[in-house]
Design a protein around this ligand. Structure first.
Ligand code: PEP
Length: 249
């Protein structure tokens, strides 16, 4: 059985006191679905969030990490540092990292390797831009992102990989891929995995959708057979909205 996952990416939002308030609000919510729930605060609030949410049903995860173990990489954070404060999962390849910090598939392959080598779970993000979809190239773009960053991995590594399809044109724009567009792409992603690794791997990997998921559209998107959950940006900053999405399964 594939895991259902709803992960909130808080991005560069919330100082410590705002983070405390949001965590308090999350702790007051009841989960009625089977989805695994994760939240990704900023680095400065990770340690606090991780200790306060320990032993709850909300896992605290990181938004990014560097591939090196340690060394002269000013401003960066390593997998070991994340693990040392109890973080077991990291988001890699978010479109904002690709766009504003020039993260390439080749760099991301190194980050994925570093996270897996430490036994961490990776939520690997990718997705096409609007121009790619308008020109009908969305499957080629997405297929290449997956191949370039992940196809050097062996089949067993996929036990620790979660995929997140996030069409760039739907992130933070209010524009959502239709449930059918999401399903079509998720089915393509699963077939891409199946062609390389076989059905056993492809059937077990959770594929999340991200891009303007809200309480009003979550249920329909999550009802699609190849959509195993969501990576949520804006709506994850509000505990009511986030738990409405978590409970939309
Ligand atoms: C995201 O940043 O991963 C995201 C999906 O954002 P939003 O939900 O705000 O579109």
């Amino acid at each position: 059985m594939r895991k259902q996952i709803v992960a909130g990416n808080w991005k560069m939002n919330n100082d410590l006191s705002q983070t405390k308030s949001l965590i308090d609000a999350l702790k007051s919510k009841t989960k009625t679905s089977n989805a695994e729930v994760m939240v990704a605060p900023t680095f400065t609030n990770l340690s606090h969030a991780s200790s306060v949410l320990k032993n709850t049903n909300v896992e605290v995860i990181a938004q990014n990490m560097h591939f090196a173990e340690n060394g002269a990489y000013t401003g960066e954070i390593s997998a070991s540092m994340l693990k040392s404060i109890g973080i077991e999962t990291v988001i890699l390849g978010h479109s904002e990292r690709r766009e504003y910090f020039n993260e390439t598939d080749e760099l991301l392959a190194k980050k994925v390797d570093a996270a897996l080598a430490k036994g961490m779970r990776v939520i690997f993000c990718f997705g096409e831009e609007l121009a790619d979809r308008k020109s009908g190239n969305e499957e080629t773009v997405v297929g290449n992102q997956i191949k370039n960053a992940l196809f050097h991995l062996n089949a067993a590594s996929y036990q620790n990989i979660v995929l997140a399809y996030e069409p760039v044109w739907a992130i933070g724009t209010g524009e959502t891929a239709s449930p059918e567009q999401a399903q079509d792409m998720h089915a393509f992603i699963r077939k891409t995995l199946a062609d390389k690794y076989g059905d056993n791997v492809a059937d077990e990997v959770s594929i999340l959708y991200g891009g303007s998921v809200k309480p009003a559209n979550a249920e329909e998107i999550f009802s699609k057979p190849d959509v195993d959950g969501g990576l949520i940006g804006g709506a994850a900053l509000n505990a009511d909205d986030f738990f409405a999405i978590v409970n939309a399964f």
